[in-house]
Design a protein around this ligand. Structure first.
Ligand SMILES: Cc1ncc(COP(=O)(O)O)c(C=O)c1O
Length: 458
């Protein structure tokens, strides 16, 4: 019989898959090490089990204990799987820029997740680093593996990823490329490969908004390099102990947009349905390969995780267009719609103290199906739509005499003037029947489904 004693034993031994399309015109053999074959669908399974087992050996956690970690999701999932096997509880702290799927996935495997603000300093007591440390101090028999500074992270890759890459390329590897977050992946793997062959070139992929590249090139930790970015899992505003700059020959920075577009190409052209930072790794590595790779060279690019975690982001066309990452067809914009309408009368609203029957009269008189509701100061505080008010009246006819403020729905969403019809239509649904937009003169206009239909059928 061939079977594994537990899911933990299936970690590692991931395949190398040759890239065939996205590297067209580039010399050499380019291989992807596809880490979504791990049971937690990411490279982080490797370090999760190693950090726990090293801590057990050092007596840092006893049976029944709690594992606490600040994680962008993948390490959490690996830790959660390992914890299930070993009988530990898990609490994870995450930055609120992380995808909702990552949070849901952690909760699905029984972990508690504490969501913390993204745009605060690492030392701020609200940051996900600080909250993890505080919980570790407060909860007895808890372990804070700290993937950033815990060298079990690098050692896991030195003992598994490095030897696998060396074995599977028959020692012919010439270049190794990986995104850098904690640094464990690239430094552990690079250490092993360079011990076998010091000529192996290691390329660290970094994001705009992160400190690594400048630090490698100048030795300066430049706070000016730090600003918010969207790619998840790589780039840092700290220097983790797992980053050993002597093992990384050079860094290349990749934009959020180029990374997202390359991830989508990997899915559609190579059948590799991968995460966002995989696009970073391949885009940056190919940029280098285009200039430097020779026919006999063998480059391995490590792809850390799976695409399912990014379905609502880089694999969602509306999201991509909203962020300016996809050129949309020549659709009209919100600006075009309101200019064409030449709405001199401005926006019709009603006050929240008006009764439901008076509001219905306004809808009828104006020939409109929905209307924003304002408070005494003129601020929009809610909305009323003919179909929802009809349903409410059927349930309870007496509401016709109550103020609309008591039965109104949420205010319609405000959108930007440059959003195109395809994006606007994705924002109109059963809950949100219309959209609001402010023009250049701060006048508010409403955009309904009828406006979108008119704009698209021109
Ligand atoms: C999606 C993703 N890509 C890349 C990395 C970078 O790997 P490492 O932390 O080993 O540098 C991480 C790490 O958090 C990650 O979650």
């Amino acid at each position: 019989m061939k079977y594994y004693n537990s899911i933990i034993d299936t970690i590692g031994d991931t395949p190398l898959v040759r890239l065939n399309k996205v590297n067209k015109g580039i010399k050499g053999t380019i291989l992807a090490k596809v880490e979504y074959f791990n049971p937690g669908q990411s490279v982080k399974d490797r370090i999760a089990i190693r950090m726990i087992e090293d801590a057990e050996k050092a007596g840092l956690i006893k049976p029944g204990g709690t594992i606490i970690e600040g994680t962008s999701g993948n390490t959490g999932f690996g830790l959660a799987l390992a914890a299930i096997g070993k009988g530990y509880k898990c609490i994870f702290t995450m930055a609120d820029k992380q995808s909702k799927e990552k949070i849901d996935i952690l909760r699905a495997v029984g972990a508690e997740v504490v969501v913390c603000p993204t745009n605060v300093e690492p030392d701020d007591p609200r940051s996900y680093y600080s909250v993890a440390r505080r919980l570790n101090r407060e909860i007895p028999n808890s372990l804070y593996p700290n993937q950033y500074d815990n060298l079990s992270n690098t050692n896991a890759h030195y003992d598994t990823t490095g030897p696998e890459v060396w074995r599977d390329t028959d020692g012919r590897i010439t270049h190794f490329a990986a995104g850098v977050g904690t640094g464990g992946t690239i430094c552990g793997t690079a250490k092993y490969l360079k011990e076998r062959n010091p000529d192996v070139v290691t390329i660290g992929l970094d994001t705009y908004g992160s400190v690594f590249k400048k630090y490698k090139e100048t030795g300066i930790f430049d706070e000016g390099e730090i600003y918010p970015y969207l790619t998840e899992g790589i780039g840092e505003d700290i220097l983790p102990k797992n980053v050993d700059f002597s093992l990384i020959d050079l860094f290349i920075k990749v934009t959020d947009k180029d990374a997202a577009i390359m991830s989508r190409r990997l899915s559609r052209e190579e059948g590799l349905f991968v995460g966002w930072s995989c696009g970073t790794a391949v885009h940056g590595a190919l940029e280098y390969a285009r200039d430097y790779l020779k026919e006999d060279d063998v480059m391995v690019i490590l792809l850390p995780d799976h695409g399912t975690r990014y379905l609502a982001k880089i694999y969602n066309d509306a999201w991509m267009k909203d962020h300016g990452f996809l050129e949309s067809r020549e659709f009209a914009t919100a600006r075009d719609i309101i200019h064409k309408r030449n709405n001199k009368a401005g926006l019709t609203t009603i006050g929240k103290s008006v009764t439901v029957s008076q509001a219905i009269q306004v809808l009828n008189r104006q020939g409109i199906s929905q209307i924003p509701i304002t408070d005494e100061t003129g601020h929009i505080v809610g909305s009323l739509t003919d179909s929802t008010i009809l349903n409410k009246l059927i349930d309870d006819p007496t509401i016709k005499d109550v103020p609309v403020g008591e039965v109104m729905d949420k205010p319609f969403k405000f959108v930007g003037l440059d959003n195109t019809v395809d994006v606007l239509s994705s924002l109109i649904d059963r809950e949100n029947k219309a959209l609001l937009v402010r023009d250049e003169n701060e006048e508010t206009h409403i955009i309904t489904q009828a406006d979108l239909l008119a704009a698209i059928s021109i």
